[in-house]
Design a binder for this molecule. Structure first.
Ligand code: 9YW
Length: 448
């Protein structure tokens, strides 16, 4: 394979380009996740997007969070898709049928019936930081956003603790690969092999195939059958979270979601202390954070030191090495030596520092791993948004040099100005959707 040259970039140009992507994907109260491929609001995208928006206007950033929270289910779940008025994405709201079937789902806006990683409190905290560097009006808008969103975010975290970790293990379970945000990661191959689509799976037509020409960049049809079958199972459980947990054929304790839950609970608890939230709710958040942080640390493989998911249906640890194994670096909680070792592995020659990579950005699967597929979605490509999350966590935990390295390397990767969803690590080729909103958002945050 021909090794691509490292790209040079101009920070001001990148910031301008990123702002343009966010503005052009803005349809009023929501910035769609991508112009053609994802013409609606995705939950964790909206959080990252709102961070980018904060640099264009704190009010507009707050609006994005408010739009998402307006779709929160009565039981506290924040749904993974909030549908706008346009069609153009499969599965659409009709396939989910949440408004008809679930007692908790809103009638409007229409939503999917699952969730995504709880990065929202991180976003609100970051918006507040940006707001406090701005004018008095920015500061006031940022503080108002915290006051308006805190209780809803607390209910969201309580929902995860209650329904996705009913036994109080600290590991938060997902009932669909989509809930992890890393849809077709090799982490899920084992659990998905036990998801057997029934003969009564209603037929369907994928729309993504027409929009991303190279089919290898997207999940396969067999994977889609399984994704859609899980929706059928959840429909049959009327999206009741207790029934879904009991009956869904995919149930995995997700170590990356758990780490995000822990650190987002810390952030939310700190905001709660500052803004006078009920003391018992702040105490809940601190307890959940400590419990999840400990569980993430305890999940590490004795051989590799990487954190692992746990397949609750099979009753087994999932020993597949992916970027999610670095989850302890998101939430902290390792002793100093173990943390240093994990940082060195992440930035070392098997991962971000792999000699074949055009930019030292962590790939989703190590190029040295047999499962590495350089173009295939969550099976190898580099995702700028995930790099930002590690950079944010590095900075939070005092690893300033590594945070700065991730910033510089990711900026060089996206120096092409395509703001792609993901990148081929060896050639630096832009893959998936172009002008992807969360890519633009994190670049804008890094450039401002
Ligand atoms: C899909 C919107 C979403 C992300 C997910 C990512 C992808 C949707 O796009 O899923 O149809 O493939 O996997 O994490 O939220 O950007």
């Amino acid at each position: 394979v021909r090794r691509a040259a490292r790209r040079s970039y101009d920070v001001a140009d990148l910031a301008m380009g990123a702002a343009d992507v966010l503005r052009s994907n803005d349809i009023g109260t929501m910035v769609t996740a991508a112009p053609a491929l994802y013409p609606h609001m995705w939950s964790w995208d909206a959080a990252f997007i709102s961070i980018g928006l904060a640099h264009l206007g704190v009010e507009r950033a707050g609006q994005e969070i408010r739009t998402l929270l307006a779709a929160q289910w009565a039981d506290g779940m924040i749904p993974h898709i909030v549908y706008g008025d346009r069609g153009g994405y499969f599965p659409g709201p009709g396939r989910w049928g949440t408004a008809e079937l679930s007692a908790s789902a809103p009638q409007a806006p229409l939503t999917s019936g699952i969730c995504q990683p709880p990065v929202h409190a991180i976003a609100v905290g970051r918006i507040l930081d940006v707001a406090r560097r701005g004018t008095d009006a920015d500061r006031a808008a940022g503080e108002q956003l915290v006051r308006d969103s805190w209780a809803a975010l607390y209910r969201w975290h309580a929902w995860l603790a209650q329904y996705r970790d009913p036994d109080g293990t600290g590991l938060i379970a997902v009932v669909h690969g989509w809930e992890s945000g890393m849809d077709n990661s090799p982490r899920w191959d084992g659990p998905y092999s036990a998801v057997i689509p029934g003969p009564d799976l209603p037929s369907y037509v994928r729309l993504d195939r027409e929009l991303v020409r190279d089919g290898a960049e997207r999940p396969t049809d067999l994977e889609y059958d399984r994704y859609l079958w899980l929706i059928e199972e959840m429909r049959r459980a009327s999206y009741d979270p207790v029934k879904v947990y009991e009956t869904c054929s995919f149930l995995v304790a997700d170590v990356f979601v758990s780490a995000i839950f822990a650190v987002a609970s810390d952030v939310l608890a700190d905001l709660g202390d500052e803004f006078g939230a009920p003391a018992e709710h702040v105490a809940d958040l601190r307890r959940w954070a400590a419990r999840s942080r400990a569980a993430v640390a305890a999940s590490r493989s004795p051989e590799t030191g990487l954190a692992r998911d746990y397949d609750r249906r099979a009753g087994a640890w999932i020993d597949v090495e992916t970027l999610a194994g670095f989850a302890p670096l998101i939430c902290g909680g390792l002793d100093a030596d173990a943390e240093r070792a994990l940082i060195e592995t992440l930035h070392g020659p098997h991962w971000a520092g792999h000699p074949d990579l055009v930019a030292k950005v962590p790939p989703t699967v190590s190029p040295d791993s047999v499962g590495f597929k350089s173009r295939e979605y969550w099976r190898g490509p580099q995702w700028p948004v995930v790099s930002w999350l590690f950079g944010w966590a590095h900075a939070r935990h005092g690893h300033t040099a590594q945070a700065e390295a991730l910033r510089a390397e990711t900026l060089s990767l996206v120096g092409d100005g395509a703001f792609s969803e993901y990148y081929e690590p060896v050639t630096g080729e832009a893959l998936g959707s172009r002008r992807q909103s969360w890519t633009a958002a994190v670049i804008l945050d890094w450039c401002t």
